[in-house]
Design a protein. Structure first.
Length: 278
């Protein structure tokens, strides 16, 4: 069964997109629609399972510490994800939005995939699950980096509210998710999806890292297979990486296995010099 996936790709994030693409395609047949800049468009325009929407004029963006112009640029880039997912909805009836800074280590479970295909489920979303309520109040209860959409109206309302983020004081396109999902039938993906560094970096959540383990030559999060991690894995990006501790843990666990898929991922990380001591 085809998995339609939307992503935003620029010259700066092509390396991470390549890793996301490779790791996800180890488990699923994927059709991609990416919003991209000129450089990414040139690289992917002839890739058989990739549709390019050349919409991004600049990737001079920094939503955390940048100038107002860089923050505005960031939002312009993020808004193009709606073009990408709407293209997929028109073609396949649904689409999964994924940020580039992800790596899949297990397939999407059949139970979750069936909800992706359920016409009664308008969207599937991921809570941050930080146990840090003040931060979530400022940045949003849900993470905008992994969102599955079946309802075109959900996408349109999210896009509309995001376009007014300054008017309402929202944190870019992420915080509007919290409000839009109230108007639709949405499903919260389990904690073993979209596993970001933010789920481990508080005093109350640090012990969660011990839930990552190996079972049957695969990475698990507690008793469930860890499906995907949301963290910058490649140092070539040049971002300040708050999640390096999680990258190191993932690498350590992968090295404990004989999993051929993990060996391919490690090859990419080693080529990027992200694995210390190699």
């Amino acid at each position: 069964m085809i998995l339609p996936v939307a992503s935003v790709v620029t010259q700066k994030t092509m390396g991470e997109f390549d890793l996301l693409k490779m790791s996800l395609e180890q488990y699923h047949e994927v059709q991609w629609t990416i919003s991209c800049d000129d450089v990414a468009n040139e690289k992917y325009k002839n890739v058989e399972n990739v549709t390019c929407l050349n919409l991004i004029e600049t990737d001079d963006c920094d939503h955390n510490y940048g100038s107002e112009q860089q923050k505005d640029n960031w939002m312009k880039v993020m808004m193009t994800k709606f073009n990408a997912v709407n293209d997929l909805i028109s073609k396949y009836g649904h689409g999964l939005i994924l940020d580039c800074d992800m790596v899949f280590v297990n397939p999407i479970e059949k139970s979750v995939f069936s909800l992706f295909m359920n016409d009664n489920v308008d969207a599937s979303i991921c809570q941050h699950m930080t146990n840090d309520w003040p931060t979530e109040a400022n940045h949003g209860l849900y993470n905008a980096g992994m969102v599955h959409i079946r309802s075109e109206n959900f996408s349109k309302q999210w896009e509309m509210l995001s376009s007014q983020y300054k008017k309402y004081g929202f944190y870019f396109e992420q915080q509007p998710l919290e409000y839009v999902q109230r108007n639709f039938n949405s499903f919260n993906m389990p904690i073993n999806y979209n596993i970001g560094w933010w789920r481990f970096n508080r005093q109350s959540t640090q012990k969660r890292i011990n839930l990552l383990n190996i079972k049957d030559d695969k990475i698990y999060f507690g008793s469930k297979p860890a499906v995907n991690f949301h963290v910058h894995t490649l140092r070539e990006i040049g971002y300040q990486n708050f999640g390096q501790f999680l990258v190191d843990k993932i690498i350590s666990l992968m090295k404990e296995t004989n999993n051929e898929n993990y060996k391919q991922v490690l090859t990419v990380l080693e080529a990027d010099n992200a694995v210390s001591g190699n």
